[in-house]
Design a protein. Structure first.
Length: 226
């Protein structure tokens, strides 16, 4: 679980695959975003392996841990224990799902004042898991948790492989799974704001990040929805 430099003030780390509903196993990725004062924001944290925790701590003080939707929460408690001074920020619905977590605040359209001009957010409402999509200005990176996915074509096997292909969970580049397209009807204005960001990079939790041409990619991947 080594940190990978992915852009100015941006690092990525892959975790061990996790098992979701119906036995689907997903590759997972987290991001570390640097603020102007040197503080760090951890997006969708993966397993808190000691080496990874140490590497993150060496980058600077951790200010916040972010759960972008109510599905990505399994490792928040471990990271909160490692960095007790960090705020725990959660998308709508997680506080009710995980009352055992000490969640500092629910985030949606409103982000911490300290992030102004550095990290922007858009709440993309849907009937599966409303998601807060972030834009890190220093690296010109959009971070999307589950609304875009692109595991390799051979990641799933058997009937899960068939379902994944039909749902567009696998493919040559990140795409919005069909279930999220259906669940996101009415989210057009929010997705338009995401498409309008001057992105160079796109990071997804499940699949290969996009390192160049981010805005053009987002216009392809998120077009015609809502």
């Amino acid at each position: 679980m080594a940190l990978q430099d992915f852009g100015p003030g941006l690092w990525l780390a892959e975790g061990a695959p996790v098992t979701g509903a119906a036995g689907f196993r997903f590759p997972i990725r987290m991001a570390v975003l640097r603020l102007g004062d040197g503080g760090l924001v951890l997006w969708s944290p993966v397993q808190a392996a000691p080496g990874l925790v140490a590497a993150v701590g060496a980058l600077g003080p951790v200010r916040a841990l972010v759960a972008p939707n109510r599905l990505h929460h399994s490792f928040l408690g471990d990271w909160a224990a490692a960095f007790p001074q960090a705020a725990v920020l959660a998308a709508p619905g997680l506080a009710a799902k995980r009352p055992d977590l000490s969640i500092t605040a629910e985030i949606g359209e409103g982000l911490p004042d300290a992030w102004a001009g550095q990290i922007e957010g858009v709440l993309v409402d849907n009937s599966i898991a409303p998601e807060v999509v972030l834009f890190h200005r220093e690296s010109r990176t959009v971070l999307i948790c589950d609304l875009l996915q692109n595991m390799a074509m051979d990641w799933f096997h058997g009937w899960r492989g068939l379902v994944a292909r039909l749902d567009r969970m696998v493919g040559p580049e990140p795409a919005m799974p069909r279930k999220f397209r259906l669940a996101s009807r009415g989210a057009g204005p929010a997705l338009q704001r995401v498409r309008d960001w001057p992105a160079e990079r796109v990071v997804v939790a499940h699949g290969t990040p996009v390192s160049t041409g981010g805005q053009a990619f987002l216009r392809r991947a998120l077009g015609g929805i809502g």
